[in-house]
Design a protein around this ligand. Structure first.
Ligand code: SIN
Length: 274
């Protein structure tokens, strides 16, 4: 297995492994190590079917479910992230961490690139450890006890689900899609602190009005997406990306109108943030 950093801050590309062959515990441990070190890893040149994708995904945690869109027929664990040729809106096309409005948001997510446009449709990722670490001690002290209100209702995020909800709607009545979470959370595995709020889902800070929260949140949203904390991945068909939803955010670029893009998406269950 060959690992190459994508940037000094975040992201690594993994080559020279074949997930059609039996995966050993040692290989999975090496992949996990790369994942925790680089926050998002891209395993290139794989040719696997949905069953193999599910089997591989299970090495990284218990599989979760996406609240708004049904999974594939026969493979309910997989949600198809599809943008059709004639559609203008893409899924996940803004900076976010996946479904952070759930009381127990997913710990990580995994995508498999099934069909990609000839050019465009890259995904950006940003390092939330660095976004936190590079704040001043005084600002960290202000944030230390704050909780953000996260909801699925923010218009810019809600619109990105439109087409897929129209195709494969799921009954979400019994699912809670809003939650207060600490703005600074501790990663349960690495024990490092990261910034956990997002322009996509966080509306205000607990105990403050939207107006009072605005100054803090706008500053944090721009801090989270500073270019020096990010990487950009140009997809190849057959790449598997695995990212940490506690320690990074991502943004699927929507610059490929007129072409189809299809990804298989699975999330891993997470715990209540602390
Ligand atoms: C997502 O936000 O889950 C989708 C990301 C992508 O399609 O690149």
């Amino acid at each position: 297995m060959h690992i190459e950093k994508l940037t000094p801050q975040i992201g690594a590309v993994i080559r020279e492994i074949n997930l059609n062959e039996k995966t050993t515990d040692t290989l999975i441990e090496k992949i996990k190590e790369a994942f925790y070190n680089h926050l998002v890893i891209f395993i290139e040149d794989q040719d696997i079917d949905p069953r193999q994708f599910i089997r591989f995904s299970k090495h990284f945690g218990e599989l979760g479910a996406y609240p708004f869109v049904k999974g594939m027929d026969h493979f309910p664990e997989i949600v198809e992230v599809r943008k059709k040729k004639d559609e203008k809106i893409n899924f996940g096309g803004l900076w976010h961490t996946d479904t952070s409005y759930l009381p127990e948001p997913p710990a990580s997510s995994i995508l498999y690139a099934v069909e990609i446009p000839p050019v465009g449709g890259d995904t950006l990722f940003s390092n939330m450890y660095l976004a936190y670490e590079n704040l001043t001690p005084a600002y960290k002290a202000i944030l230390s006890n704050l909780r953000g209100y996260n909801t699925s209702d923010k218009a810019d995020a809600a619109v990105t689900r439109t087409h897929r909800m129209a195709d494969s709607p799921k009954n979400t009545k019994s699912i809670k899609t809003s939650a207060f979470h600490p703005i600074v959370r501790t990663h349960p595995i690495t024990k490092k602190l990261s910034l956990y709020c997002s322009n996509a889902h966080t509306t205000h800070i607990e105990g403050m009005s939207n107006e009072e929260s605005k100054g803090i949140l706008q500053f944090l949203f721009s801090q989270q997406t500073k270019e020096e904390y990010t990487c950009r991945y140009k997809w190849k068909k057959g790449t598997i990306a695995l990212w940490d939803n506690i320690a990074c955010q991502h943004n699927a670029l929507n610059d490929y109108h007129g072409f189809e893009r299809v990804m298989y998406r699975i999330t891993h269950r997470g715990a209540k943030p602390y």
